[in-house]
Design a protein around this ligand. Sequence first.
Ligand code: PMP
Length: 463
Amino acid sequence: ASPMTILSTNTPSEELRRVDAAHHMHPFTNNSELGDKGARVVTRASGCWLTDSDGNRILDAMAGLWCVNIGYGREELAEAAKRQMLELPYYNTFFQTSHVPAIALAARLAELAPGDLNSVFFAGSGSEANDTNLRMVRTYWQAKGQPDRNVIIGRWNGYHGSTVGAMSLGGMKGMHEQGGVLDGIEHIDQPNWWSEGGDMSPDEFGLERARQLEEKILEIGADRVAAFIAEPVQGAGGVIIAPDTYWPEIQRIVDKYGILLIADEVICGFGRTGNWFASQALGLRPHIMTIAKGLSSGYQPIGGSIVCDEVAEVIGGVEFNHGYTYSGHPVACAVALENLRIMEDEKIVERVRDDTGPYLKERFESLGDHPLVGEVKIIGMMGSLALTPNKAIRAPFTSDVGTVGFICRERCFANNLIMRHVGDRMIISPPLVISRDEIDTLVERARLSLDETLVALQAQGLM
Ligand code: PMP
């Protein structure tokens, strides 16, 4: 190992990049390519703005990884963490003990969650929470005397996390190809009309995709299916908002066959869609909701499963042999509670629903006149632009999928705007506290980046 270097935010960027390349393995990254290029080092942040080690100020239209709902730099959250660390920095809830932050947060989540979702199993992240769900629904059916009801259906291009269980529930082919996918998990196609809708109208296509769930249930055998898991709006898949016909039909099928519905609200929850949970916006009645990210606005790692009364009762009747050292971590719970208090006191969800959400929608949709932009989709504070060389026929680019998206992402980066690409879709998910002025800046920088992308594509003969 190399000798210890003392690094700080005052260390020159080149040195930070060098040490980063030498020792730090980045997730979902070709680290040798990144090492050659050098990572951008983010040193501090406030509101919707990041500062990097070269002193650039960058508008973060992704809220970190879809998580900093309340914006950066809220001292109240730091104070809540400090208070809790001094009072009780850690205790577990395994062996007949509990503590105030976990009790209070579980009760608060039961209040916020729709229907009879009244019980919470805590985890350290969204991935862990989905692993909990995987084991919980199988344990549920075992406890009900139906151990063969153990198949879970997910969706291609869905994302539920990176642990073995969560990755298997998800439908990211690039992840599956690297191995380790669990047995007993099946996938149906996603409701992505722009890319896969062919000649169908969005409504016809929404029904067709929802009915794949029924076909899959019948193929597996209705008495063998434990649960269906889906994101109300696919996030990592490219902010795919299903056609209006999709969710009512899914709910009908779930009800008809009596299978459990798991709504993965890791991105969609805590105000992202202008509702506390997207299930409320879309009329879904999940038995379990996965939560993480916005729960603490990313200030502490915490996730969980909010579970309906029936499932909680059945699971409560057995010893569920499952849990994490950091399930209900007191500091994370205290920070989450403070985050939820601020969101409520400052009416952040209402502001997204009634004011900044509609404004962002209007401004973001104005990008639809750009020659590169086909479909524009947005709900609340999550949106996407499908890039295309010919919008009339929803044509894909002839280059490898993601080539153009990456070019556009790099233009955004150069223009001090963080927008992500998924394939050739550009996506945004800004902090929920973004102001109208900042929305204007976001859209102006996005348009400039699209213009520059168009020039680059023409120069490189990519369109
Ligand atoms: N579910 C969804 C819908 C997600 O978007 C993510 C993370 N992007 C996860 C689960 C996994 O959460 P984590 O990264 O906290 O494990």
